[in-house]
Write a protein that binds this ligand. Structure first.
Ligand code: FMN
Length: 369
């Protein structure tokens, strides 16, 4: 989000989404620091060669991510001020575009994280050394961005809660960072982990960041989001209902199934807002099919199956289908369905404004979508 061209292109996308959809839109802003000047991850992510257009990277200290990566130039005070201002300018662009949420990236080994971690930050000035100094750049940047972002719109920060390397950034430092962010008007902290140092040993498992997120939430009191191998609706519900975290994020799970949020709502018996043009696909609009989590209707066995006819809409369904549609469509399926979907439809038709709290929740949950 660094140029007028980017801003215009993203405005076109977000205007389109808001015209046809109902989801809140979030934008994550980051700077790659010493992990810049690489091929895109999807094509290997290796550092660019000079003939591929490599550029000079910058970082808190002149330490490469790995031995065969670019050696960054140590940032001067004026670099620090310039990059901070660029984050502010990008935030202003997000305001003009009409985003609902902004998240500052201070994780995954990118610039903010490089300042936080004692592994990548060996500075001897006020931006390095003790924890208070290592937090200075991301905290100053967050404060400047927060001042440029409307008070009534949520803004959060993503961190890597631990480097998974001895002597690196860890959960106790993350708690201190979260407390400082809270004082600056941060609305939530988004917990991921790792990606600063290739020596990391990550014990990948379902929801592997949840225990860290629970600790940060408990000790900082900041609403907490968590990502990392969370895949099922039941897991999401359990993590949130247990009070360990306030939000969950799915990245690859959502790429695998972009309709995850709708399906999860259906499985957990909740209503999700729908883009009007997609309303027709909701199972409630098709009472003849089985609902997620229910047994499928028995297959027709030919002439012995009797058919029940709805008198009002002239549709039929198998009389031996085990479960009637959950909307209770004993008579007209479409009438019962539209009754059940009325709240969602009201929201889509510009119904009553949602509370700041509920806006915050849905904006946050879509940030990784
Ligand atoms: C294709 C792809 C792109 C990603 N881009 C970002 C990104 O821009 N910012 C970010 O914080 N994390 C990004 N991530 C990391 C994810 O947000 C997440 O932390 C990680 O994939 C683990 O969560 P998961 O198990 O749900 O995928 C990306 C992941 C993938 C697979």
């Amino acid at each position: 989000m660094y140029s007028d061209e980017n801003e215009a292109a993203m405005k076109r996308v977000i205007d389109f989404c808001k015209k046809y959809g109902v989801a809140a839109q979030g934008l994550q802003l980051g700077h790659a620091g010493r992990k810049g000047s690489t091929l895109p991850p999807a094509v290997g992510g290796k550092p660019l060669k000079p003939e591929e257009g490599a550029w000079q990277t910058i970082a808190p200290s002149p330490l490469p991510y790995a031995p065969d990566w670019h050696v960054p130039r140590e940032m001067t005070k004026s670099d620090i001020a310039r990059v901070r201002e660029e984050f502010v300018q990008a935030t202003r662009r997000a305001v003009r575009i009409g985003y609902d949420l902004v998240e500052m990236h201070a994780g995954h080994g990118y610039l903010g994280h490089e300042f936080l971690s004692p592994i990548s930050n060996k500075r001897t000035d006020e931006y390095g050394g003790k924890l208070e100094n290592r937090m200075r750049f991301p905290l100053e940047t967050f404060a400047a961005m927060r001042a440029a972002w409307p008070d009534d719109k949520p803004m959060g920060v993503r961190i890597s809660v631990t480097d998974w390397v001895e002597g690196g950034w860890d959960v106790d430092q993350s708690v201190v960072f979260a407390k400082e962010l809270k004082k600056l008007g941060c609305d939530y902290i988004d917990i991921s982990s790792g990606a600063l140092d290739p020596r990391q040993q990550v014990p990948f498992a379902h929801g592997y960041n949840i225990p860290f997120a629970a600790k940060v939430k408990k000790e900082s009191g900041l609403p907490t989001m968590c990502v990392g191998l969370i895949t099922s609706a039941r897991e999401c519900e359990d993590f949130i209902a247990s009070g360990k975290v306030d939000f969950v994020v799915l990245a690859r799970g959502m790429m695998w199934n972009p309709r995850f949020a709708w399906h999860a709502a259906e499985e957990l018996g909740a209503e999700a807002p729908y883009a009007p043009k997609y309303m027709a696909c909701h199972p409630k609009m098709r009472p003849q099919i089985s609902r997620i989590g229910q047994r499928p209707p028995r297959q027709s066995t030919g002439s012995r199956v009797s058919r029940a006819r709805f008198p009002c809409c002239d549709q039929t369904r198998s009389a031996n289908a085990r479960s009637p549609p959950r909307s209770g469509a004993r008579g007209c399926c479409s009438r019962a369905s539209s009754r059940a979907l009325a709240p969602a439809q009201r929201r889509m038709n510009g119904g009553p404004r949602r509370s700041a709290d509920s806006r915050r929740r849905s904006a946050s949950s879509s940030v990784n979508a």
